[in-house]
Ligand binder design. Structure first.
Ligand code: ATP
Ligand code: MN
Length: 255
């Protein structure tokens, strides 16, 4: 287990390290000065007391464990230096909620972070199990930590489901897609066995990674919905679940 350090100490250390070493390229890419300041702001609000170990390094974001007031939290940091931000534009443009976003790279990333925060809120209101968002500032999103101790709940990809539970698990996922669509006006847009965690206590799915989720007004919302459905049906085939993507698609749209 990694020891959790105080943010201020850590921030100072990063500064020193940044100057001394170029071997810490990854850290440098995540914790640029502006991001450190943002973390500092959040820490001054008393929301996070210390930053913990790295949970994940993704294409656009890093996720870290953090120590909150009375429980652990997850901190998702979108890298300002992210090279794939161009793909973000496709999701931001076409979403009426972001009509006034200035199109600099930085601003797109900030809007993206806010969007993930709002999408998680809307998902919760619709009755979909996702991490509760706590605060978003610039490129940093703090949310409920879905895990135990310092360990995240496994992705569906890793955990799988047992044969007896497969049908119920699949049905809950289908229900969540439908609730997102009908109640939250959202399509997840990147749904797969990687962006669903498994709660080991309830054996139920938790949707994550909703930065790219779009409202139904988005010109590609139907395409994204189809793709989400196809991904899930493809994954559950190996558990003997035989569902027709077109049928599920029209069921969801009819309601
Ligand atoms: P992107 O591709 O946009 O950079 P990503 O795939 O890196 O995003 P997420 O899917 O949101 O980002 O998170 C990556 C991993 O971090 C998840 O698969 C999960 O294991 C872990 N994770 C994310 N959010 C949480 C959370 N709230 N609680 C626990 N673990 C989390
Ligand atoms: Mn992901």
């Amino acid at each position: 287990t990694r020891k959790v350090e105080r943010i201020d100490t850590q921030v100072d250390e990063m500064r020193v390290r940044r100057k001394d070493s170029n071997a810490l390229k990854v850290i440098e890419n995540v914790f640029d000065d502006a991001t450190l300041k943002t973390l500092y702001t959040i820490s001054n609000k008393g929301i996070i007391k210390a930053l913990g170990g790295s949970i994940s390094t993704g294409k656009e974001a890093n996720v870290f464990l953090a120590e909150g007031e009375d429980r652990n939290l997850a901190v998702k940091i979108y890298r300002i230096s992210s090279s794939t931000f161009n793909s973000m534009e496709e999701y931001i443009l076409g979403d009426p909620r972001f009509r006034n976003v200035r199109h600099s790279k930085r601003d797109i990333i900030f809007a993206w972070t806010k969007k993930e925060h709002r999408n998680l809120e809307r998902a919760i209101e619709a009755g979909v199990k996702v991490p509760v968002p706590i605060i978003s500032e610039r490129n940093v999103l703090v949310m409920e930590f879905m895990g135990e101790g310092e360990r995240s709940y496994p992705q569906l990809k890793e955990a799988g489901v047992n044969k007896e539970n497969a049908r119920a698990f699949f049905d809950t996922i289908s229900k969540y897609i439908e609730l997102l669509y009908t109640k939250a006006n959202l399509v997840h847009g990147d749904l797969s066995e990687y962006n669903i965690l498994v709660d080991p206590h309830t054996q139920e799915p938790i949707f994550i990674d909703m930065g790219q989720s779009v409202t139904l007004e988005h010109p590609k919302s139907q395409e994204f919905l189809r793709r989400d459905i196809e991904n899930i049906i493809r994954y559950f085939k190996k558990y003997g679940i035989d569902a027709d993507p077109e049928k599920l698609y029209s069921t969801i749209r009819e309601i």
